[in-house]
Design a protein around this ligand. Structure first.
Ligand SMILES: Cc1cc2nc3c(=O)[nH]c(=O)nc-3n(C[C@H](O)[C@H](O)[C@H](O)COP(=O)(O)OP(=O)(O)OC[C@H]3O[C@@H](n4cnc5c(N)ncnc54)[C@H](O)[C@@H]3O)c2cc1C
Ligand SMILES: NC(=O)c1ccc[n+]([C@@H]2O[C@H](COP(=O)([O-])OP(=O)(O)OC[C@H]3O[C@@H](n4cnc5c(N)ncnc54)[C@H](O)[C@@H]3O)[C@@H](O)[C@H]2O)c1
Length: 458
């Protein structure tokens, strides 16, 4: 047991924690960064990056299959080994964080692989991978960036089966014959489509009434149509009641009475915050909370900042990074703009992609705004029409009619996440709808459909 004085300890190095520790160390603070697994967190090793390599592969497969309708015969023999190799070698360097650790050390930080826990105000106890316990007393404080882990629904028998989570799904070397995906959120939908396009018989079991419930219903409806056309079985409004595993296969009993059988089951039913083993009780905070309340500078209390998924402001890498920059300025007493969340964007990388920013129509109504909405189908635009197969999509805008500004928008279609950029600026900068209407929209682009959605506002 040893004790040291430093300026700052960062517990958990997700994308935001890694960036903050790097910035603080470069600014001259004595920084300790602790991660119980890999420096960089979920995004580079098990989340955004490997899954987007999977999506890239599955999009190529789909485009080749569309070739006959627009350019001539082409064939592809989808090979998962190619995707697996890219993830293994290029994305994750065999799930090894040496490069990230060295980068952080080069910036001047001390890096531990181990578990960090608060041990009273300003104090952190680190239990390193080899069992050593080191206590740090901090002059500035502690940044918490512990992220989340997959939630496992309380379904009888499920915990005793060898189900996959996203961590297993990104590491598979061979695809199974059949897969049941439990959960129709972003993880479930992205991965269901990927595996389906690589020849897996996929069934999605979603207990809510529709897929991607955080997105607009129009987007969910179109996504379900596309999935069904591609051969994915989508079961909504059903509850999984029992799960078992025997002789290399899963059996899943649904409340509808149906029994599903599959080679593999992927649980993508939400996330559990890593707040339960962080020593929160030693500083008067609730270790059973789902989120940590933060102010506009990401402070939880004097000398404690929290960033990333555990703040409940949007479980996205870009939110973690944004908060990291705001919190770092606060740690360094540099002031600057406080955090605002009125224009949080997201892109779900299904095909078609779903880009969303700000409020959904329902959220705007629940907030008591005078709401007007406008929408248009992408395939009815010139670009959607000329694009042909794969050109389906929808643009929807949500206006606060009293202020004449957009408070939310959806761009679904090919490159929906890119078209979203335009709408994110409009919502972020509160550009008057009248100004958006006087712009010239290049013909024939996908983003030109935004003009039609604005014309439809009523
Ligand atoms: C399959 C999947 C796909 C995704 N795709 C996207 C995407 O396309 N775009 C996007 O923006 N977001 C995506 N996300 C979400 C994104 O990964 C997270 O929002 C992002 O990683 C930010 O999380 P975070 O900063 O809160 O921490 P995390 O990345 O979760 O990292 C937290 C770190 O803290 C460590 N830790 C936890 N507790 C302790 C402790 N007590 N001591 C020491 N270390 C600890 C963990 O080991 C981990 O390394 C995806 C997520 C998943 C699962
Ligand atoms: N492209 C992206 O930005 C991206 C991609 C993947 C994940 N993420 C982030 O990661 C977070 C977690 O993703 P997620 O998809 O696991 O979580 P989620 O909470 O967004 O979705 C989980 C889904 O599972 C369903 N569900 C819950 N319990 C169930 C049960 N017992 N049976 C059937 N369905 C059940 C829920 O209704 C929900 O639709 C997302 O909210 C998102 O912020 C982002």
């Amino acid at each position: 047991m040893s004790e040291h004085e430093v300026d700052l300890v960062v517990i958990g190095t997700g994308p935001g924690g890694e960036a903050l520790a790097t910035g603080a160390a470069k600014a001259g603070l004595r920084v300790v960064a602790v991660d119980k697994h890999l420096v960089g967190g979920e995004c580079p090793y098990y989340g955004c990056i490997p899954t987007k390599m999977m999506v890239r592969g599955s999009d190529v497969v789909a485009e080749v299959r569309r070739a006959a309708e627009v350019a001539g015969e082409a064939t592809i023999a989808p090979a998962w080994s190619v995707v697996h190799r890219r993830i293994d070698e290029q994305a994750t360097t065999h799930w090894d964080d040496t490069i990230a650790v060295d980068r952080l050390k080069d910036a001047g930080a001390t890096v531990h692989h181990g578990v960090g826990r608060l041990a009273g105000p300003g104090r952190v106890e680190v239990t390193t991978a080899d069992g050593e316990v080191i206590t740090y007393a901090t002059a500035r404080g502690v940044v918490l960036n512990p992220g989340t882990r997959p939630a496992v629904p309380p379904v009888e028998g499920l915990a005793d089966t060898p189900y996959w989570t996203n961590r297993d799904a990104v590491q598979v070397a061979e695809v199974p014959g059949s897969l049941v995906v439990v959960g129709g959120g972003p993880i479930g939908c992205e991965l269901a489509q990927v595996f389906s396009r690589f020849g897996v018989r996929v069934t999605i079991v979603q207990h809510g009434p529709r897929l991607v419930p955080a997105d607009e219903p129009e987007a969910a409806e179109l996504l379900e149509q596309v999935f069904v056309q591609e051969g994915i079985r989508v079961l909504t409004g059903v509850e999984l009641q029992r799960a078992s595993y025997a002789d290399g296969g899963f059996t899943l009993a649904l409340d509808s009475g149906e029994e599903l059988r599959a080679d593999k089951v992927l649980v993508a039913a939400g996330r559990t915050p890593n707040l339960d083993d962080l020593g929160l009780e030693t500083v008067g905070l609730d270790p059973h909370a789902r989120t940590l309340d933060v102010d506009e500078r990401l402070r939880v209390q004097d000398g404690i900042w929290a960033i990333g998924d555990v703040t409940g402001k949007g479980a996205f890498t870009h939110v973690s990074m944004y908060q990291s920059a705001v919190a770092l300025r606060d740690v360094l007493d540099q002031g600057g703009a406080p955090a605002r969340y009125h224009a949080v964007p997201h892109a779900t990388f299904t095909d078609p992609e779903i880009g969303g920013v700000g409020m959904s129509e329902q959220q705007a109504r629940d907030a008591g705004l005078t709401v007007r909405t406008g929408s248009t189908k992408l395939e009815e635009s010139s670009r959607g029409f000329t694009h042909g197969p794969g050109g389906h999509g929808v643009i929807k805008v949500v206006e606060d009619a009293d202020r004449g500004v957009l408070v939310g928008a959806t761009a679904m279609g090919p490159a929906g996440g890119e078209i979203l950029g335009f709408l994110a600026v409009a919502v972020h900068a509160e550009v008057p709808v009248d100004t958006l209407r006087t712009m010239i929209y290049a013909y024939p682009t996908f983003h030109r459909a935004i003009e039609s959605a604005l014309a439809d506002l009523s």
